[in-house]
Ligand binder design. Structure first.
Ligand SMILES: [Zn+2]
Length: 419
């Protein structure tokens, strides 16, 4: 009986040993020493990067020795295409993947394609961590394995126009996505007047492309880093206005000398265009009253047959001394009595954006003064070329006047202005 037991034990021992030798060899044969898990990033030669991790099995106990085999860094440029691979002749059906962004979980899946889908759908620069967990079995050898891959995705900078159809006096907002340090935008255009500057807005760039009233209708092109972005200038009707100014006032306020003084003062004021954005999300109305002249009214003065001017702001009429407020926070770049525009204030709001207030009876702020939205800046009057107490209010992007209603429409519930 004892002999049988011994014999049986010996036989089992031989079988078990043979089995383990066999299993070890099989794994070893497959990939020179174990399980190989790979993550390949990128879809072309240039951004091909990969990280492989290799596990070497020890006979029996499955003590795992891990060594990593990196090729350069994991930083990639372009649309990522992660390719996950396992080289081993073992059952890897129990796979489990996670994708983390700034250490919070964004994808949890057992299908690796979902990670690719996520990355390709969310086209944004980021650092991600991919974790793979694997329960494997080879015959009766079972185990658990985990590996982390860090990937750094850097998309090429994308330029976004908020609209492709725009009317005269309106503007297109241009922003960027996935901008990296040092990325900038070079601009050319077929417009007659190009007042587009880019400013840093967080990590990204921001620029306003104003459409001057003299631009031709139809299709145009703004070249940003040599790529043409098409947009259309569409027609918009403006009013014809006929009115009289007594000849002595007209002569005095529109003389060559008066205009020389006016443009000299303005040129100096509009030199201020620092990077800092000071304006709020919403603008306020500068004053209350009756809308006596709208944006781009075609003006015929003293029965002239040809237009004298196109009104590049809006006129709000009210009694002399009515309070005038800053539409947004900024810095005063002009506060001066000018023959053409009377007591005048210009405020710079950042990102090439200015607000303009003319014909005041009194100036309440000085050049260089930083002011907050809603601050009292002056009182309404009829100084300069004016036929009655009103505020001429204008908005300007660089050297181009734009429709002030774009900014104050939201602030105005319709009851404050009588048209
Ligand atoms: Zn006006």
């Amino acid at each position: 009986m004892k002999r049988y037991i011994l014999l049986t034990f010996a036989l089992i021992s031989i079988l078990v040993t043979a089995y383990f030798i066999d299993s070890y060899n099989k794994v070893a044969d497959l990939n020179s020493g174990g399980l190989r898990i790979g993550l390949t990033i990128g879809n072309n030669e240039e951004n091909f990067k990969s990280k492989h991790t290799q596990n070497q099995y020890k006979h029996l106990g499955l003590r795992v020795k891990t060594f990593n085999n990196y090729t350069t860094s994991n930083k990639i440029v372009g649309v990522p295409d992660l390719i996950f691979s396992i080289d081993a002749n073992i059952d890897t059906s129990n796979l489990y993947f996670t994708l983390r962004k700034n250490s919070s979980l964004v994808v949890e899946t057992s299908n690796f394609d979902e990670i690719n889908n996520y990355l390709q759908f969310n086209k944004e620069d980021n650092n991600y961590e991919v974790t793979v967990e694997l329960e494997y079995s080879f015959r009766f050898i079972k185990g658990y394995y985990q590996e982390k891959f860090l990937i750094d995705i850097d998309y090429p900078m994308e330029v976004i126009l908020n609209k492709t159809s725009v009317s005269k006096g309106d503007f297109i907002t241009i922003t960027t996505k996935n901008r990296s340090d040092g990325d900038f935008i070079e601009t050319t255009s077929d417009l007659n007047k190009l007042s587009l500057e880019f400013y840093q807005d967080g990590e990204e760039l921001l620029g306003f492309l104003p459409i001057d009233y003299k631009e031709e209708l139809g299709n145009h092109c703004i070249n940003l880093n040599s790529k043409c972005y098409q947009f259309e200038i569409v027609d918009k009707q403006f009013n014809e206005v006929h009115f009289n100014i007594d000849n002595s006032t007209l002569k005095r306020t529109s003389s060559d000398e008066a205009y020389k003084q006016y443009y000299q003062a303005l040129n100096q004021a509009y030199e201020e265009n620092t990077e800092t954005i000071m304006y709020e999300d919403k603008f306020i109305i500068p004053t209350e009253g009756r809308l006596s002249s709208d944006f781009l009214d075609t003006r015929y003065i003293n029965e002239s047959k040809t237009p004298s001017s196109y009104h590049q702001g809006i006129d709000i009429a009210n009694k002399e001394g009515s309070k005038i407020y800053a539409v947004a926070s900024g810095k005063v770049v002009l506060s001066q009595d000018l023959t053409v525009s009377g007591n005048s204030i210009i405020i710079y709001h950042g990102a090439n954006l200015y607000s303009v207030y003319y014909h005041l009876s009194e100036l309440k702020v000085d050049v260089g003064e930083k002011i907050t939205q809603g601050q009292l800046i002056g009182l309404m009057g009829t100084t300069g070329m004016s036929t009655g107490s009103h505020l001429h209010f204008a908005m300007r992007i660089g050297s181009t006047y734009i429709d002030p209603w774009i900014f104050i429409k939201e602030a105005n519930d319709g009851s404050i202005f009588e048209k």
